[in-house]
Write a protein that binds this ligand. Structure first.
Ligand code: AMP
Ligand code: MG
Length: 522
């Protein structure tokens, strides 16, 4: 099996002179050469066939034992030059120093069938110089979550890294899932993820924190050359424009998270991609009953810094950290400030246009945004399921749309608790205003419905659905993972036979571990 590799990151940027194993601070270098550690019995559990073909892999190879060997970390294809990259980050609001790829190992940059570079990266392939106090491994449950969610996001139209494969290692990995002194042996697994680049805000923050301005400069030059060639060699103007684009891309990504009800859970700056891709699927979650204060991450339960409703402002804070890191390359702060303003503008625009899509309006003005806010307040106070509510709002004919049309029947029901009289009244008031607004809009009823169906998914990776698939997979049955993969490939289409995948979250899942609460243990 041959792929076309062009490992630009290694070729262009300084690496760690030491090839020793062992944890260390790595200065003056952006990567360390490191081999995946062999695993006992690699077995392919799932492959993303269209993505594999896009990378230039042959279909026969995907089912072969050789595929499991390569993507389980036991063998290399010609041209692969594994490395772990060096970055820092702000974690939960505090500078954390050097972090780096502690359990991710990049295999190389493939030139895909479209001529695009795609970096292949194994997650859970063993220790690197950046593993700090941990083992470099990943468990099956978190690997399934990353594999399923990155593909679900892709098909929802949310910018994201992709997932090529899920391979069981045959080795046990010990984790204390709730950090409560009960470590347990779990099954190990490795996901191969794919993106044009895995460069994070933290890649820029680390050299800046060490006053290594030449390294910072080289990294930015490399980034422009490879990710924004139209800006390369333009000096300060190109640098500023690049930062502005990072701001805009980040705004768009977060606006899409808000549209689909996705909560990242760990928006540390080491988990923010400069390409504006959703990256590092850990204790993420999906909104069931609408609650802007909700976070799935139990490690963040106290301050809930990374709650759903705060994501737009946290992204801005993170971009401000990136701006700080880049500031030694600028003569004044003004261009960076201008970039941050582009974030605010881009976010407001994206929020307006996505809200228009969600409400089925041709566009949203300030008053329409108020209508959206009122809807959100109502959804929260009456425990409405976000996904079902928006979908039903679009699918029910406007004329018959009242509170009772949204509740009661299992095929329609969008609430976790019965509506009382006051709530029913509030819904009917809101729906009356909404009906009026729709009737005044230029869109026909059919166009309105089509627009809403394209913005409001019917199927998302509900937390409990992922957990059910994981429970089955841990018992050796991959059927749940494959079925979810299938359904989530077409999230906007009604799929006969897939009714169970857009049901309200069952009561048992409300407080169950894995379904609504996740720790960083993975
Ligand atoms: P995260 O919050 O999961 O993005 O991880 C933060 C840092 O911890 C990154 O540098 C990771 O590479 C590292 N890390 C997380 N889990 C492990 C692990 N099991 N082994 C080694 N490093 C890890
Ligand atoms: Mg991370």
């Amino acid at each position: 099996m041959t792929l076309q590799f062009d490992n630009r990151f290694l070729a262009a940027l300084p690496g760690d002179p030491s090839q020793a194993v062992g944890i260390r601070q790595v200065r003056g270098a952006l990567w360390s050469q490191v081999l995946p550690t062999a695993v006992a019995a690699p077995r392919t559990l799932a492959v993303n066939v269209p993505l594999a073909l896009q990378l230039g892999l042959e279909e026969d190879f995907l089912q072969s034992p050789a595929f499991a060997e390569v993507f389980g970390g036991n063998a290399l294809l010609q041209g692969m030059q594994p490395w772990a990259s060096n970055y820092g980050g702000h974690q939960f609001g505090h500078w954390a120093g050097q972090l780096g790829d502690g359990r991710a190992i990049s295999l190389g940059e493939v030139v895909d069938v479209h001529g695009q570079h795609q970096e292949l990266q194994l997650k859970g392939a063993g220790p690197t110089p950046y593993s700090r106090h941990a083992d470099g491994r990943a468990v099956l449950r978190s690997s399934i979550r990353e594999f399923l969610c990155s593909e679900a996001m892709h098909h929802l139209g949310v910018p994201t890294t992709r997932a090529l494969s899920l391979v069981a290692t045959g080795d046990a990995v010990v984790r204390d899932m709730f950090y409560d002194g009960h470590p347990k042996a779990e099954q190990g697994a490795i996901v191969c993820r794919v993106a044009p680049s895995f460069l994070r805000f933290g890649h820029f923050e680390l050299p800046a924190s060490r006053d290594d301005i030449p390294l910072l400069r080289s990294l930015l030059d490399f980034t422009l050359r490879t990710q924004a060639p139209d800006l390369a060699g333009q000096g300060a103007q190109g640098d500023a424009e690049w930062f502005g684009r990072v701001c805009e891309r980040t705004a768009l990504m977060v606006a899409h998270w808000m549209r689909v009800g996705f909560v990242h859970g760990v928006m540390n700056t080491d988990n923010m991609s400069v390409l504006g891709l959703t990256i590092d699927y850990g204790p993420y979650g999906w909104i069931d009953d609408y609650d802007p204060d909700w976070t799935p991450n139990t490690t963040d339960a106290q301050g809930r810094r990374y709650r759903y409703g705060w994501q737009p402002r946290i992204a801005y804070w993170n971009l401000s950290r990136l701006a700080m890191a880049l500031s030694p390359l600028f003569e004044s702060a003004e261009p960076l400030q201008a970039g941050l303003e582009r974030y605010q503008l881009a976010y407001a625009q994206a929020e307006q246009s996505l809200s228009a899509g969600k409400l089925g309006l041709s566009q949203c003005d300030a008053r329409d945004m108020e209508l959206m806010t009122e809807l959100q307040v109502l959804m929260q106070s009456s425990q409405a399921d976000m996904t079902r509510l928006f979908r039903r709002l679009g699918d029910l004919p406007l004329q018959t749309l009242d509170a009772s049309a949204l509740e009661g029947q299992p095929t329609v029901d969008a609430f976790y608790a019965p509506l009382d009289e006051a709530a029913r009244q509030q819904w009917n008031d809101w729906l009356a205003r909404y009906r009026q607004r729709c009737q005044a809009d230029a869109l026909s009823p059919e166009a309105r419905q089509a627009r809403m169906r394209a913005h409001n998914p019917r199927y998302v990776l509900r937390n409990y659905l992922a957990q059910q698939a994981i429970d089955r997979a841990e018992a050796g049955d991959l059927g749940g993972v494959h079925r979810l993969m299938e359904v989530l490939q077409r999230p906007y289409e009604d799929q006969p036979g897939a009714e169970a995948f857009d049901a309200l979250r069952p009561d048992w899942a409300r407080e169950k571990a894995g379904c609504s609460m996740l720790s960083c243990s993975s």
